[in-house]
Design a protein around this ligand. Structure first.
Ligand SMILES: *[C@@H]1O[C@H](CO)[C@@H](O)[C@H](O)[C@H]1NC(C)=O
Length: 362
């Protein structure tokens, strides 16, 4: 099964191997020679949450089977996937042998903090109101936790090492889908008063301010994911597709329009801050290509999630131990549940993340 756009990916892997080799040569001590960046610090929603929601009173949790079915020790960590998230795979590619802890978990203490932390919370968005609807951690609060993390890190590492960890770390922001699927499209207070275009502009405004805040707190390498093709996730087809079985183009157009604004804002931030490396990780195109032509990359099912039948989704969007017809083997499925890609699809997304992110880490 050919699952990557061959040459380009190989090229990046070779570049990474070379970069990795030189890092090992230059940096003497064991701790920092193991990885290409010292730490990964993440903000966002269920696309990147590694278990913060386990510690919240929210219905958006993934700390029970069959979530995590194909993860290490079959553990349901709180990741909204059968296995690894795209960013987990990226972390491994960068040389990490363990993952930065969910900030609210007991693991987020002591030396574990040296490799970063994850502040993401499923059902959160750029817009704090989205998170409030579901008792998730709003992005503004994620930033407050990050400030708290900085103090803890300085205690563990010493302030000089801490500040070099913070400036060399890779920051990943992955959010926005919930602002549409779990807020705008179902919330008349928003969709009666703002067009999707106005709403996107508001969200991208929040994004820009968030990046400025991160920059002022020491971030120098930031990757932000684009919105996925919202109209192609199984739940969206069921809820907004009026019985049609294809992707909902209205939703995809909204996502594309948002992504255009996100790209423009990112370019403008890059011009404004010369010491900031920032890139958009486009997940729209690779996921869209997978959905439209799954067999070209070794998949056979793009319409139904492995867990959940693709016909009974509600706004709850999750699967559970009683979900009817959960598939035996998720590797041929693009989607694990009715909104989240499978680990196999995340592998494809991680490849494209790497292509876009190579400039951030070398
Ligand atoms: C699922 O299928 C893939 C490819 O067909 C295979 O490589 C893999 O071992 C299977 N996994 C399980 C858990 O059966």
């Amino acid at each position: 099964m050919a699952r990557s756009n061959g040459c380009a990916i190989m090229h990046v892997r070779v570049l990474l191997a070379l970069a990795f080799f030189s890092v090992v040569l230059i940096v003497g001590d064991a701790q920092s020679s193991a990885t290409l960046v010292p730490a990964i610090i993440s903000f966002g929603d269920s696309s990147i949450d590694v278990g913060n929601n386990d510690y919240l009173y929210t219905i958006f949790k993934a700390d029970y089977p069959p979530y995590g079915r194909d993860f290490k020790n079959r553990e349901a960590t709180g990741r909204f996937c059968n296995g690894k998230l795209a960013t987990d795979i990226t972390a491994e590619t960068l040389g990490f042998t363990s993952f930065p802890p969910a900030y609210l978990s007991p693991q987020a203490s002591g030396k574990n903090l040296l490799i970063g932390a994850n502040f993401a919370s499923a059902a959160s968005g750029y817009y704090d109101e989205t998170a409030y609807l579901y008792h998730a951690i709003p992005l503004s609060q994620q930033l407050e936790y990050f400030k708290e993390y900085q103090v803890k890190l300085a205690k563990v590492a010493g302030s000089k090492t801490a500040s070099s960890i913070l400036s060399d770390a890779l920051y990943i922001v992955s959010t926005g889908s919930s602002d549409f699927l779990q807020n705008y499209y179902i919330n008349p207070f928003l969709n009666k008063h703002q067009s999707p275009d106005e709403y996107s502009s508001m969200l991208v405004g929040i994004f820009s301010n968030f990046i400025k805040d991160l920059h002022s707190l020491g971030a120098r390498r930031i990757g932000v994911t684009s919105l996925p093709p919202l109209g192609c996730v199984p739940a969206a087809i069921t809820l907004f597709g009026f019985g049609s079985n294809g992707c909902v183009s209205r939703l995809n157009n909204d996502a594309k329009n948002f992504n255009k604004k996100l790209n423009a804002a990112t370019n403008s931030l890059a011009k404004q801050f010369h010491n900031l490396k920032i890139a958009v990780f486009d997940i729209y195109q690779p996921l869209y290509d997978l959905v439209i032509n799954p067999s070209s990359q070794g998949f056979f099912e793009a319409r139904r999630g492995c867990c959940g039948t693709g016909t009974f989704e509600t706004t709850i969007l999750l699967c559970n131990p009683k979900s009817i017809g959960t598939c035996k083997n998720a590797t041929g499925y693009v989607f694990w549940d009715s909104v989240h890609p499978s680990e196999a699809a995340n592998q494809v997304l991680a490849d494209s993340l790497l292509l876009a992110g190579i400039n951030l880490i070398t």
